[in-house]
Write a protein that binds this ligand. Structure first.
Ligand code: ADP
Ligand code: ZN
Ligand code: ZN
Length: 744
């Protein structure tokens, strides 16, 4: 039998994490030991027996074999949360490609020493009746911020100070004036209690709709019959998904187990959190990016000790070390923020599925526009599928029109606003109703189309659009196909074949030119740099402090604006020109969400989608709000092109200090792969320069590998990783991205 060595980390709450120690695995234990297991080892000069975790096995000795000590014992069938986290890291490392240390750092709780933090909280000082009368007075006087704070105090007896100034957008002065009036007091709270204590409202038992009830019965019949699986909940906005999550969570908590709820950070609004607080009080905790490492550590400790039942947070909340995890919920599962952009480039959906398997938990995914991946699996019976089809909030879907921008040009209108949109804008401004203008700016760089006929240049090999690069060349980001940019449109001969150049700033300027007294708010990367500016802009708009909100994809999420009766999408096609096989999916999602922003209140709404490609199926299906129809067309395209989820795609990304060395390395890896692996079970595309070929003086190249079988891609990743190790790269770095969401 060959000698087997194990890499062991000694104490995961220590800096030693970065340094695994190698031990020999005695013969009797070789069969039993798997990465992730807890082991007993002799440590230090005195060979004191301590515990460690095995993070990997190999047949190669890294140290003097004569000096390598033996593992003393293995804890079999041991399922502490640390061992589970390590097993998860081992899996992630394998599935997504990264170093073991990167994977461990992703899954293990922060190891920061806890520093007691002084935090300010706002406490309610008056009874509800008095608060009500103050609220009435503030509303009469149109003191909107003051009213907002009073309303919040009616719901909760204590609120963290920074929530009030941040999420609620209430100034320090307003707080002081209410403190002088005796309505509240500001105090500092030390210690690590939950930041919010909500009133436990007397269970005003909402009668569930038939559809909601059906879902709950289905889930708990499975759950109590020990069936664990993944379910996809497809339901339009306002159809009661959050209500379903809350009931599922409560049922699982009542069965003595814990729950992780993932919500994209941008959707972690005050309203949503409050609903969970009202149901779970002190037993729920929220994780977000504004928490310090010490606070995160504290939350993990509380989870481990069983002091909380539910955690809500973005992607990283998945790694909360609960002792007996019973359910994971992922809301807005189609969101791209669920995929990590750093190694390991894991997707929370798949990782949650694996974690649920390790813990004997179930997984619930929810969305109004499910990812093609999730819907495909549901269609193939891999996931259970639930539907919520009625809107419980009232309000009607808006009347949606598509405006053909080619026609506008033909008839002499060169403005960024079509005549129909101008007409509706004038009407709404005159009525004092609000407008949202949405600029679809994704993939803005390099997108070229014909203004006269809508023609878009596509790669003859990949069927995705080409992007303009320096010197007027058109490039495919998957396979590297290149061609000259034509001077006139090959389709209709027009000379208006160009990139789209309007940003939110220009739109605002144009609007002010047309309506000098219009009050506007702008939301894009530039105006949301500081913490909380996102919430601040949204709540100002909700308060009626502006007539028009102009923004990029950020504005399609979050708050409800009942006074918005018009949504204008300025150029729907921009996200179609991303040179990316997911372009239609993203466009459909964005347009569906954008259009759904109009008519949430009592007045009916309109939406206008301006586009150069009025016949594109993503645009047409979004107009109809027809997810199923969109899916059917999209999956055909994925099948024809061999794209995920029908097939799998691995991006090998090469970062280099010089263009030449990156290009050479990419070539070298491609050649190596072709030579070492001649089987016909994969397709190699490229190498190609990345879509943004240089960022901060780092050059980027990419190879794409397609295979129906994910495990073949994992083998290829291992092969290339080993190759790269022997090359001793200094100025180049290789990263792997499985089924990438973005072309780099
Ligand atoms: P989604 O998460 O799908 O957008 P929500 O769960 O937030 O939907 O529900 C939308 C609105 O409908 C909320 O105001 C919620 O309180 C209300 N609601 C949900 N379920 C019911 C129900 N069974 N009866 C009455 N109102 C409901
Ligand atoms: Zn043309
Ligand atoms: Zn191509």
């Amino acid at each position: 039998m060959s000698v087997l060595y194990a890499d062991v980390i000694v104490d995961i709450s220590h800096e030693q994490l970065d340094r695994p120690f190698q031990y020999r695995v005695p013969e009797g234990l070789q069969e039993k030991l798997k990465p992730g297991m807890r082991v007993q080892i002799p440590f230090g000069a005195g060979d004191r027996l301590i515990q460690g975790y095995c993070i990997g096995l190999s047949e190669i000795s890294k140290f003097d074999p004569a000096k390598t000590k033996d593992i003393q014992g293995v804890y079999v069938a041991d399922s502490d949360s640390e061992g589970r986290s390590i097993a998860l890291a081992v899996w992630m490392r394998e599935q997504y490609g990264s170093t073991m240390i990167q994977a461990l750092k992703t899954v293990l709780p922060p190891r920061k020493a806890v520093k007691k933090l002084e935090k300010r909280v706002i406490l309610r000082r008056l009874g509800r009746e008095e608060l009500f009368s103050m609220l009435g007075e503030s509303k009469r006087k149109k003191q909107v911020a003051r009213a907002r704070l009073l309303e919040a105090l009616l719901d909760q007896e204590s609120i963290p100070y920074e929530w009030v100034t941040g999420k609620l957008n209430v100034s320090g002065q307003t707080i002081q004036s209410l403190e002088r009036a005796g309505a509240l007091s500001v105090q500092s709270s030390s210690g690590y209690r939950n930041p919010v204590r909500a009133f436990r409202l007397e269970e005003e038992a909402k009668l569930l709709s038939k559809e909601q009830q059906g879902i709950l019965s289905d889930f708990f019949a499975d759950y109590d019959g020990e069936v664990r699986k993944t379910y996809l909940l497809h339901g339009i906005t306002g159809s009661g998904k959050t209500e379903v999550y809350i009931r599922l969570v409560r049922g699982v908590v009542e069965r003595g187990r814990q729950v992780i709820v993932l919500i994209p950070e941008i959707a972690l609004t005050y309203q949503t959190l409050l609903r969970f607080y009202q149901c779970f009080g002190d037993r729920v905790s929220v994780m977000n990016s504004t928490l310090s490492a010490g606070e995160k550590y504290d939350q993990c400790e509380r989870a481990k000790k069983g002091e909380i039942d539910v955690i809500i947070g973005p992607r990283s909340a998945l790694f909360t070390p609960f002792p007996n995890l019973g359910l994971i919920v992922i809301d807005e599962e189609h969101e791209s923020s669920y995929k990590s952009e750093t190694s390991p480039k894991y997707h929370a959906r798949e990782t949650a599925e694996y974690l649920a398997g390790l813990c004997g938990a179930s997984l619930v995914l929810g969305s109004a526009t499910p990812s093609i991946e999730a819907y495909y699996r549901a269609e193939h019976g891999q996931y259970g599928l639930w539907r919520l089809t009625e809107r419980l909030t009232g309000g009607t879907l808006p009347d949606v029109e598509i405006v053909d921008l080619r026609q506008e040009l033909k008839e002499g209108n060169r403005s960024i606003f079509s005549r129909r949109l101008q007409e509706l804008m004038a009407d709404r401004l005159q009525k004092g109703q609000q407008i949202i203008l949405f600029l679809n700016r994704r993939g803005y760089a390099g997108f070229v189309s014909c203004r006269s006929c809508g023609y878009v240049m596509k790669c003859p090999h990949c069927d995705v659009s080409l992007s303009e690069h320096k010197g007027g060349r058109m490039l495919c980001h998957y396979c590297g196909y290149m061609t000259e940019k034509p001077g006139v449109c090959p389709e209709c001969g027009s000379k208006y074949i160009l990139g789209f150049k309007a940003g939110t700033q220009q739109i605002e300027d144009k609007l002010k030119e047309m309506y000098p007294s219009v009050r506007t708010l702008r939301m894009d990367r530039d105006t949301t740099k500081t913490k909380d500016s996102y919430e601040t802009i949204l709540s100002s708009f909700a308060n009626g402090e502006a007539d028009v909100l102009i923004g990029t994809q950020m504005i399609v999420k979050g708050h409800d604006f009942p006074n918005v009766t018009l949504v204008g999408v300025l150029a729907a096609d921009l996200s179609l020109g991303m040179g990316d096989f997911r372009a239609e999916e993203r466009t459909f999602q964005l347009l569906t969400q954008a259009v759904g922003r109009a008519g949430r209140g009592l007045q009916p709404g309109n939406a206008v989608i301006q586009t150069y490609q009025p016949d594109n199926y993503a645009v047409l299906r979004a107009k109809e709000q027809d997810y199923e129809g969109f899916y059917q067309e999209e999956i055909l395209f994925r099948e024809l092109g061999g794209y995920p989820p029908v097939s799998n795609l691995l991006a090998v990304q090469i970062f280099s200090a010089t263009e030449k060395s990156g290009e050479e390395l990419a070539e070298q890896l491609a050649e190596y792969l072709r030579r070492e692996r001649t089987a016909q079970d994969y397709i190699l595309l490229g190498p190609s320069a990345a879509s943004i070929s240089r960022i901060n003086d780092v050059y980027r190249h990419v190879l794409y590998i397609k295979s129906e079988d994910y495990s073949i891609l994992v083998e290829i990743k291992d092969l290339l990783e080993n190759r790269a190790e022997t090359l001793n790269l200094r100025n180049e770095n290789i990263q792997f991205d499985f089924n990438p969401l973005n072309v780099i």
